[in-house]
Ligand binder design. Structure first.
Ligand SMILES: C[C@H]1O[C@@H](n2cnc3c(O)ncnc32)[C@H](O)[C@@H]1O
Ligand SMILES: [Zn+2]
Length: 430
């Protein structure tokens, strides 16, 4: 007897381009069958008539606690935004803020079809607790800023290491742990080398912001006489264990280095547009074989966690940038948001395939803006939005069914988030 059978839906496995009517069978958190029909029975049958059944999205770069700062400081360049607005408020964040901010982020992601994500944040134990409680899957890293201060670097590294020791593989394996050095402009080369050594020792990955702005490029050239990619490569930092967010200001040589080292890149088009950071050379990276996935970044620079919006923005941005409408076609963008994201996090998700994690969503197509259907990839990227997701399953557990969130008390999360935000803004009046 299986746990769940999803039947009558159109199945988009992401293994092939085809959309065929069929069933998905789930047992013990794993997909056990994807077929036209099944002989099996299950404890729970989900009728997906008129819907698309597909892998959940993988958001490969966010800062979940920043949901509490949604709309707090808009329309500034990154340096000013971080130094004058974000960091002063984050310094006053409490454990409860981080917990409820992450709960709010999980609620938003579950409701819009994201099943796993990569997060870098502070109060990371509370972030992990919220992920565990919500039922989502996540690769979590503690944000380390050392700024050339040896003592601070030691305590930052200790905090990240303690987190890794306490949380690696927790929540039935749904929590993956990583090191999170913030960026090459907030961490010295000596510190970055130490992080790499510890990551190798602990056999975990590293999540880092890289070459997000021209200002970073100039600072690095001034300080080191080379860009962030060259510095990180010289340190032996780059490898398939590295998840590099942004990578906007890359040269052709940098792309070649990323490809050669097997670095995973998280592209964040909405955040890059909002902070006017620039346009990442995504078509060039994809052409050269770099694994590029999609991330929303935090809610203070997006200002939501909707991966449908991220997909559409990515597709449109690179068409207009290249003046070529054939660039980043819908199918390729869908792959970035699912299979490429799963590859970046090293998880067996992102496709509907036997033996893979049962991280599955159901998208309701019985909507005016999704009618008629010629090409499902087109609709998912250009017409659909997060609110079209009716059901979200992570690790074989139903977190939302028929638009009803069953893994947490939605109203309670909203109320607590409002209270936390009010307290935060009050404390930030300095
Ligand atoms: C993890 C921390 O990083 C900060 N942050 C949030 N968004 C960005 C960004 O786009 N670039 C660099 N740093 C960022 C914020 O303090 C987070 O808490
Ligand atoms: Zn970020």
């Amino acid at each position: 007897m299986a746990d769940i059978i999803i039947k009558n839906g159109y199945i988009l496995t992401m293994d092939s381009y085809e959309l065929t009517q069929g069933v998905v069978v789930i047992e013990n958190g794993t997909i056990t069958e994807v077929a036209e029909s099944t002989e099996q029975d299950a404890d729970q049958i989900i009728d997906a008539k008129g819907s698309v059944v597909m892998p959940g999205f993988v958001n490969t770069h966010t800062h979940t606690g920043m949901t509490l700062l949604r709309g707090y400081a808009d329309d500034f360049p990154l340096d000013e935004w971080l130094k004058n607005y974000i960091w002063p408020v984050e310094d006053r964040l409490t454990d409860e803020d981080a917990y409820i901010g992450t709960k709010l982020a999980c609620l938003e992601m579950i409701k819009s079809g994201t099943t796993s994500f990569a997060d870098m944040f502070i109060h990371i134990d509370k972030v992990a607790q919220a992920v565990k409680d919500s039922g989502m899957r996540a690769a979590l890293s503690y944000r380390m800023i050392e700024a050339g201060n040896e003592e601070k670097g030691k305590s930052e590294l200790d905090t990240n290491k303690r987190f890794i020791n306490n949380w690696k593989g927790e929540a039935e394996g749904r929590i993956i742990t990583m090191y999170g050095p913030h960026a090459p402009y907030t961490c010295s080369e000596g510190f970055l080398s130490k992080v790499k050594k510890e990551a190798n020792h602990d056999r975990v990955g590293i999540h880092i912001h890289v070459l997000e702005t021209e200002s970073e490029l100039n600072q690095m050239k001034q300080h080191y006489g080379m860009c962030s990619i060259n510095l990180l490569d010289r340190l032996g930092f780059l490898g398939p264990d590295v998840l590099a967010a942004h990578c906007v200001w890359l040269s052709d040589d940098d792309i070649e280095i990323l490809r050669g080292r097997g670095v995973h890149v998280s592209h964040n088009p909405v955040s890059n547009m909002k902070l006017a950071s620039g346009v990442a050379p995504v078509p060039g990276m994809l052409d050269r074989g770099v694994n590029v996935s999609l991330g929303t970044d935090g809610c203070a620079s997006n200002n939501n966690l909707d991966m449908f919006e991220e997909m559409k923005t990515a597709a449109l941005l690179h068409k207009v940038e290249s003046l070529d409408p054939t660039v980043l076609p819908a199918r390729q963008v869908l792959e970035m948001a699912t299979t490429s994201g799963a590859r970046a996090l090293g998880i067996k998700s992102g496709v509907l395939r036997e033996g893979y994690n049962a991280d599955v969503i159901i998208v309701d197509m019985n909507k005016p803006h999704l009618t008629p259907v010629y090409d499902i990839h087109s609709h998912l990227v250009y017409s659909a939005s997060g609110s079209d997701v009716s059901t979200t399953i992570v690790d074989g557990r139903i977190l939302m069914q028929d638009y009803e969130v069953v893994c947490m008390d939605e109203q309670d999360v909203l109320d607590r988030a409002r209270t936390a935000a009010a307290g935060l803004v009050e404390r930030a009046k300095f």
